[in-house]
Design a protein around this ligand. Sequence first.
Ligand code: ADP
Ligand code: MG
Length: 324
Amino acid sequence: EHLCNKIAAGEVVERPASVVKELLENSLDAGAREIRVEVDGGGKRLVRVVDDGMGMGQDDAFLCLERHATSKIRSDDDLFSLRTLGFRGEALPSIAAVSRLTLRSRSAESLEGWEIYAEGGTVKRAGEVGIPVGTTIEVRDLFFNTPARRKFLRRDETEIGHIADIVTRLALAHPEVQFSLVHNGRPLIEAYRQTRLSERVGALLGRPLLGDLIPLERDGGEGLRLHGLVGHPGVSRSTTGAVYTFINGRYIRDRVVQHALLEGYRNLLEKGRYPVVILFLEIDPALVDVNVHPTKHEVRFQDQKLVHDFIVVAVRDILRPSGW
Ligand code: ADP
Ligand code: MG
């Protein structure tokens, strides 16, 4: 069982940012309204995620460290129509297998919370603690028991960059949730609860940018919808780093979508430059297949051309309102 978890960990946990992603998705699934991410040493020393979600009862707190004990999925078919981000009950056991993990959680039904400490997936201590409703998970010394993997982790600056990316993506997709990220005691991201995407974008990517973003909203019929913010070609970047695309609420970097975006910007950007784009594509889950993999979700549209052309035209129309 432990070996199994260690192997699974290789799939789910690549670096501290993957830990942050899994923990944040769990917090969102738990209905958190405020999520704090505290990180030390690029996440190699510590990743702590504190949420005010529904928490776990005693049984769940123990079970969630066991592999597949909590799997929500019955068939892979309609993964995309699942409301929750988690689906395999694999993340926490995998993370626990390669770290020193402390879980503290309390549900509204109980007066006390539970604290569980596990090393390399083995529970060492557990007991009651007085805490507010919600969950805190601390992951220390990632890969302490798999030195070969630890060796592959990069400088703190690189790892925290990946972590900030993850927080940014999830925070863009959930403006109604408050997010913060602190590294070595220094606040890096502070995004208060917002109702509008533009306010959230301002908080995450910088207020001055807002004047150069054009709101896009377009209905393609048959459940196809596109909305978000499209950057003026003048605010282009030298990397794709400012292109955020979401499909049915999940951050997904899809080839077809990327291509369509650039096609929409054709001849407007200097060579080698990329736009600033935050776009949400909504599509009938029945019209898209998801390649189920714990870390990267790949999608395949049933009608690639339809989706592609819909995006091209939407972007083109907003950038060239007069139709030139
Ligand atoms: P999955 O998210 O795929 O179900 P995980 O291993 O990520 O699997 O989590 C296992 C289970 O532990 C979740 O299904 C949920 O019931 C519980 N859980 C994990 N994190 C939290 C959290 N922050 N708040 C409440 N419950 C949680
Ligand atoms: Mg999960």
